[in-house]
Ligand binder design. Structure first.
Ligand SMILES: [Zn+2]
Length: 324
């Protein structure tokens, strides 16, 4: 069992904890929203619809609890294995912190009433389309980022590190972060508002078991993609984590396929849900993540031009600003 495996399990636990916290906060905000509607004497039909939204959020909580329980069990087994390779490492400390946070957070979450009101008040009706120029290409937003300077030194292969190992750990991190962002806006990504996996006027299709190209609602498409990538990351024969297990011959192909799918998720969020990220003050983080991801793909030549076509304008803007 390698340190990376410990890191992966710790991140999985943190991710499901964050998911639960997100739903708890969202439910608390929605409760307030409903209280306010009642106080303002809103129409019963409007209130009923908002209660349905609240119920949808609450329905997510039992599955969060199950996922947390499974993630705790997995991580605890690793921590309790007393593997000497883990002794005194940051990864072990971080794993223990994550396990310790469970009791603390769940108590806190049940008592805390969120002060945040923005999410509950965000538009649940439209998916924030783009009439002429999409929001993310507004000059004031497009180049806003947490990162300063060029990104190439950040993504190039460090000395004495195996290339496949570097690709694997980088992809793992990108996947985790994209998952977090998608989790934050996933309430707004539903089959009604996102009937296809779109990026502006471009629709991506999914290749089914018979290699037919089918159009899927964006949430279903993204669920397929994220589940597929998670399964790859968890599969020892695809992403080996144990010492002595070699990377498979087609590893490069797998990485390219993952990147091609992740860039589609980026594109869908940029075109359809960027307004939600702006409401959450998360646009700089998201822009930074995309710039980092793109710089990485460019360094290792992992994307074709057609993969990034819907984001070409944004990439050109970043290039003008010497980001890469
Ligand atoms: Zn969507």
């Amino acid at each position: 069992m390698s340190l990376r495996e410990l890191k992966i399990k710790t991140s999985s636990l943190k991710r499901v904890i964050k998911d639960e916290q997100y739903y708890l906060k969202d439910a608390a905000d929605q409760e307030k929203h409903i209280e306010k509607l009642r106080a303002d004497g809103a129409d019963e039909y409007v209130i009923k619809k908002q209660i349905e939204v609240l119920d949808e959020t609450r329905n997510m909580l039992p599955s969060c609890k199950d996922r947390i329980a499974r993630a705790v069990q997995d991580l605890k087994a690793l921590v309790d294995s007393n593997n000497p390779a883990f002794d005194g490492t940051e990864e072990l400390a971080s794993a223990k912190d994550a396990l310790a946070s469970i009791t603390y957070d769940s108590k806190l979450a049940s008592k805390t009433k969120s002060k945040r009101t923005s999410v509950g008040d965000l538009s649940r009706t439209s998916s924030g389309g783009y009439d002429q120029s999409p929001l993310f290409l507004l000059p004031s937003l497009a180049t806003t980022s947490l990162l300063k300077g060029r990104l190439q030194p950040l993504v190039k292969l460090p000395e004495c590190v195996d290339k496949d190992e570097w690709l694997a750990s980088s992809i793992f991190e990108f996947f985790e972060y994209i998952n977090l962002f998608y989790g934050a806006i996933s309430n707004f990504c539903n089959p009604k508002d996102c009937p296809t996996m779109s990026a502006g006027s471009h629709d991506y299709t999914w290749s089914d078991a018979h290699r037919r190209h089918v159009k899927l609602p964006a949430p279903q498409y993204i669920d397929y993609v994220m589940t597929w990538i998670q399964n790859c990351l968890d599969d020892e024969s695809v992403f080996p984590t144990k010492a002595g297990n070699a990377f498979p011959k087609d590893f490069d192909h797998t990485i390219r396929t993952i990147c091609r799918q992740l860039v589609r998720v980026f594109a869908h969020i940029f075109y359809t849900h960027y307004d939600k990220l702006v409401h959450l003050n998360a646009e700089r983080h998201f822009n930074s993540l995309f710039a980092h991801f793109y710089a990485f793909c460019r360094e290792f030549d992992l994307l074709d031009k057609k993969d990034t076509a819907p984001l070409q304008e944004l990439i050109a803007l970043l290039e003008t600003n010497n980001v890469f």
